[in-house]
Design a protein around this ligand. Structure first.
Ligand code: ADP
Length: 218
C-alpha cells in the first residue's frame, strides 16, 4: 500500500530517506528551511516545501498531521529537533521517527514521545567495524545485545557443499536463513542446495555462534 511520508530536514540523512521512499513508490513531502535543499530534492519527492519545522502554523498548513509517518532529520540543532518532535506529537501525528545526535538527545526524544529514535552514524559505524574486522562479514544487523543477522561470504572451504554437509545448526548453533547469489536471493534454501564460491550466506544466531561459524566453518 502507498504510504504518505513527510521528511523534515534534508541533510545527507533526510535526503537519502526521501529519495529511497520516493523510489519505493511512496508519497513523500520533503521539507527544509533552506531553499537550496528544497530545490535539490524536487525531482526526488512528490512535494517539496520550504518551512521551519519548529513553526506550528507552517506545519499545520502543510497538513502534517495527516501523514502516516513524519521523519525528523534535523541535524545538529538538537533544540529544533526536540521542539519539532514535540509539536508533531502534540498535533497528533501518529508515527514520528527522529534522528538522534547523542544519548542525551535520545533520552529527551524518548520522554516527549518520539515513536522511533534512530542513530544512523553509530549503526553504520558498527556495521562497518564488523566488516573491517573480518572480510568475510559483508553486513551485520544487531537484533539484540546477543543476537544478530550477518551476511557472510562463502569461501572456497564451503564451495560445492550442501547445507546438510555443513549442518551449521548442529555444528555451530546458528542458522543459514538465505543464500544470495548475484541478484538472486534464495530465501528458503533446501538442505541439498549447494553453496558456490562467492555466494553470500545470511546467518542468524547468537553472536558467539556466528563468530565460531565464521572463524572455523568458513
Ligand atoms: P545530516 O547529518 O543528515 O547531513 P545536516 O545537519 O547536514 O544533517 O542537515 C540538517 C538539515 O536540516 C539541513 O538541511 C537544515 O537546513 C535542516 N534544518 C535544520 N533546522 C531546521 C528546521 N528548524 N526546520 C527545517 N529544516 C531544518
Amino acid at each position: 500500500m502507498r504510504k504518505q511520508f513527510a521528511v523534515i530536514g534534508l541533510g545527507r540523512f533526510g535526503s537519502s530517506v526521501c529519495k529511497e521512499l520516493d523510489k519505493l513508490g511512496h508519497e513523500v513531502l520533503a521539507i527544509d528551511k533552506d531553499v537550496e535543499k528544497v530545490n535539490q530534492i524536487t525531482n526526488f519527492s512528490t512535494h517539496a516545501a520550504i518551512a521551519n519545522g519548529t513553526d506550528e502554523t507552517a506545519l499545520q498548513s502543510l497538513g502534517i498531521r495527516n501523514f502516516d509517518y513524519v521523519i525528523v532529520a534535523i541535524g545538529d540543532n538538537i533544540q529544533s529537533s526536540v521542539l519539532c518532535t514535540l509539536l508533531l506529537k502534540e498535533m497528533g501525528v501518529e508515527r514520528v521517527w527522529v534522528k538522534a545526535q547523542n544519548d542525551y538527545h535520545h533520552k529527551v526524544l524518548e520522554k516527549i514521545g518520539a515513536d522511533k529514535i534512530v542513530h544512523p552514524e553509530q549503526d553504520m559505524g558498527t556495521r562497518i567495524a564488523h566488516h573491517l574486522s573480518s572480510e568475510k562479514i559483508i553486513d551485520y544487523v544487531e537484533l539484540s545485545e546477543n543476537y544478530s543477522i550477518v551476511e557472510l561470504s562463502a569461501t572456497t572451504k564451503v564451495k560445492n557443499k550442501s547445507l546438510v554437509d555443513l549442518d551449521v545448526r548442529a555444528n555451530y548453533g546458528c542458522t543459514i536463513l538465505a543464500i544470495k547469489r548475484g541478484a538472486n536471493v534464495n530465501i528458503s534454501p533446501a538442505p541439498t542446495d549447494a553453496i558456490l564460491e562467492g555466494d553470500i550466506l545470511i546467518v542468524i544466531g547468537h553472536n558467539k555462534d556466528i563468530t565460531s561459524f565464521e572463524e572455523e566453518g568458513l
